[in-house]
Design a binder for this molecule. Structure first.
Ligand SMILES: [Mg+2]
Length: 382
């Protein structure tokens, strides 16, 4: 295994499909029906392979060709930082070579006794899909139906996009509809479910307080991206939440986070850190998660619109005590076999297969490589 060399690198794009059109968030219009998966498959000279989401041009990939596998790892068995563009493929390959799931390679302790690993997840598909409806009641009923759809597919935790008044609706009516939606979803999914709301920075401090006060009986688990991270405003909001006797957590960090965010988490201003699983990266998350554990701050990596985050995120859970949720964006991708994973009672059940436990359909992936991808081997493009 140590002497295996990277002998071939293939890059291709598969297209996945959501079960329904994903609508707006508070800032951005329709997210659409399709998602693109940019995949890199690595094969070693002894025939092992691994694949994952990645983005690297052929020139960058050329530098990886011929590298000895052991030279790609640091002394603690992690992917060396300079190869981060390929880290998901390399983690998969590492697991395949070791015959172990990635989560076992990174776990801090193992006490599963042959039980499958289960990690809590939430349905992230409740977007702002109701803008065509005039009445708040009808809008709220539509989103509640979407929550029921997820519930029927074994989800027990739900995240709702809010901030309708930031762009798409008049402020007052949009805020009232946000409140009506949260109440309708709570009614639809019952008292046990965890409900999160995500304003994509479409609230300000006063709107955030208003919505949380009006939904106090809905037991919102976290408020995500209420507004652009600001320590003065978060300090005020944290104090207000405690005085109101609410238990809602403040979550932030999925994109464009200021470098001080970790300091604010350490200071107790942010309760849940949500750096993206792909742009922050799996290896970096191992360190970030350990740091957050030391501070008693929760970990819930963001991902959306790239399908594979549904599967790879949970592999981090056994390495991070405060790992709270996998974000689940329901997608099916022809050419990708993810049948080892399932959602059961609000949890992702992970396969105990090596690597990330995913497989590619050879003909579909090869067609994708031919159609605009690249295939590098023996130091020369084919
Ligand atoms: Mg978000």
């Amino acid at each position: 295994m140590e002497n295996s060399r990277i002998d071939r690198i293939e890059y291709g794009t598969l297209t996945g499909k959501r079960p329904r059109l994903a609508g707006n968030n508070s800032r951005i219009p329709v997210h659409g029906l399709e998602v693109e998966l940019l995949l890199i498959r690595l094969t070693t000279d002894d025939g092992a392979s691994g694949f994952g989401l990645g983005r690297a041009d052929a020139e960058t990939a050329q530098a990886l060709l011929g590298q000895r596998f052991s030279d790609l790892l640091s002394s603690d068995g992690r992917i060396r930082e300079e190869w981060n563009a390929f880290e998901f493929s390399l983690w998969d390959l590492l697991g395949n070579l070791a015959g172990k799931p990635v989560y076992e390679l990174v776990a801090r302790d193992e006490k599963r006794n042959g039980e499958r690993l289960r990690v809590p997840c939430y349905d992230t598909t409740l977007l702002i899909d109701d803008l065509h409806l005039e009445s708040n009641e009808a809008g709220a009923a539509l989103i509640a139906d979407e929550a029921r759809y997820g519930y029927e597919r074994n989800h027990r935790n739900f995240k709702i996009k809010v901030g309708r008044g930031a762009r798409w609706m008049p402020l007052e009516k949009g805020t009232q509809r946000d409140i009506a939606v949260v109440k309708a979803v709570r009614n639809a999914v019952g008292g046990e479910a965890k409900i999160m709301i995500d304003a994509n920075n479409g609230y300000n401090l006063n709107i955030a307080k208003r919505v949380l006060a009006a939904t106090a009986d809905c037991d919102v688990f976290w408020l995500e991206e209420a507004f652009q991270e600001d320590p003065a405003l978060y300090e005020d909001l944290q104090g207000w939440i405690k005085r109101e006797g609410l238990s809602v957590l403040i979550a932030d960090g999925e994109g464009g986070a200021p470098p001080e965010l970790m300091d604010w988490a350490r200071a107790g201003l942010v309760d849940v850190i949500q750096y993206d699983i792909f742009s922050h990266g799996f290896s970096k998350w191992l360190d970030t998660g350990a740091q957050l554990d030391a501070w008693g701050v929760r970990t819930a990596p963001h991902h959306y619109g790239r399908h594979l985050g549904n599967y790879v995120s949970g592999h981090l859970a056994p390495a991070v005590q405060g790992f709270t949720f996998v974000e689940w964006d329901e997608v099916t991708t022809p050419g990708l076999d993810a049948s080892g994973y399932r959602v059961e009672a609000g949890q992702v059940v992970l396969p105990d297969a090596p690597g990330f436990g995913l497989a590619l359909e050879e003909a579909v992936f090869r067609a994708a490589v031919k159609d605009g991808g690249y295939d590098l081997r023996d130091g020369a493009a084919r």
